[in-house]
Design a binder for this molecule. Structure first.
Ligand SMILES: NC(=O)c1ccc[n+]([C@@H]2O[C@H](COP(=O)([O-])OP(=O)(O)OC[C@H]3O[C@@H](n4cnc5c(N)ncnc54)[C@H](OP(=O)(O)O)[C@@H]3O)[C@@H](O)[C@H]2O)c1
Length: 283
């Protein structure tokens, strides 16, 4: 497992562990990884190919995620080492848009994911690709403003997005890792409805039982927030993708895709369900 200390990977790990699967977690710093007892933790870095062969010894399946502008090289390193180690199947976290946008119109974000997918599909390793839309967990970034001032600040106001709950992505990943019939399949993963940010804020207010105010901020202000957390290149890439989405009339982010239902046999969580499950974070 890559990303086992992170958002999606953490949920995949919890599910695999609870079901009794033998799991090895790859992290750059095992001393900081707080993982359940019994999980085999190895130190490795996707940016340092020399660390990967030992991490992959005896492994037959991999959950692969990586971040930002390093995604294509990091995934290529892992795929090459996995092929060498005899791994049979990789479930790769990619993004919605790889199929929906022509290569010549790719944003940097799209290109990083397209190249990462290519490294996997052109290898000899079996694959399943997960292409999620934006995560509902973005709303957790609103929590301090909601708690302190009952306000949500976002550069996106009226763009409809069929956001997906990370819990559903993790469920699909586990299904693909532990059951047959997912090899060679790319799942487009969205929630069952498209909501604008203003609509999400209204739903969150209803769930919390108090009205919330929405304030639109500029993409430049949003860039500053991202740059404080990620690399400059990653912040640039995310803002470029957002600008493209805001300027395009017919954006794929507003379409509901059937991937969650195809993989799990039931539609994913609505934003209301997700907000209800996470209401404590906003109180
Ligand atoms: N956010 C969205 O709306 C969205 C939409 C579509 C697709 N996606 C995809 O989802 C990904 C984000 O998933 P997430 O939210 O689960 O990420 P996350 O929680 O931010 O990821 C953090 C994880 O990345 C690992 N990591 C970072 N650098 C590493 C390196 N050099 N080597 C090994 N591991 C490294 C960390 O491991 P350690 O710190 O333990 O080493 C940690 O487990 C994006 O990159 C994108 O591909 C996101």
């Amino acid at each position: 497992m890559t990303g086992a200390t992170g958002n999606i990977g953490g949920k995949v790990l919890t599910r695999l562990y609870a079901a009794g699967h033998k799991v090895r977690a790859l992290t750059r710093d095992p001393s900081r990884a707080r993982l359940p007892e019994g999980v085999d933790v190895v130190a490795a870095d996707l940016g340092d190919p020399a660390t990967l062969p030992a991490a992959l010894e005896g492994v037959n399946k991999v959950f692969l995620m990586s971040l930002g502008h390093n995604k294509s090289s990091h995934d290529a390193h892992l795929v090459a080492a996995a092929q060498q180690a005899g791994v049979t199947h990789i479930v790769q976290l990619s993004t919605l848009g790889v199929e929906e946008v022509d290569e010549e119109n790719d944003t940097p974000l799209g290109r990083w994911h397209r190249m990462a997918e290519r490294a996997l599909t052109e290898s000899a390793v079996g694959w399943t690709i997960l292409r999620p839309n934006g995560f509902m967990t973005h709303a957790l970034g609103w929590a301090p403003g909601v708690r302190g001032e009952s306000v949500v600040r976002s550069p996106i106001a009226d763009l409809a997005e069929a956001l997906v709950a990370p819990e559903d992505i993790a469920d699909v990943a586990v299904r693909a890792l532990t059951t047959d019939g997912h090899e060679g399949v790319a799942y487009a993963l969205t929630g069952p409805e498209a909501l604008t940010t203003r609509q999400q804020v209204a739903v969150l207010g209803e769930v919390l039982g108090r009205p919330l105010r929405f304030e639109q901020i500029s993409l430049e202000e949003h860039h500053a927030v991202l740059a404080a957390r990620y690399s400059q290149e990653t912040a640039d890439g995310v803002v470029k993708a957002l600008r493209t989405a805001l300027e395009s009339g017919d954006d794929f982010r507003g379409r509901v895709f059937p991937g969650v239902e195809q993989a799990l046999g039931a539609p994913g969580r609505t934003f209301r369900q997700w907000a209800t499950e996470h209401a404590h974070a906003f109180r």
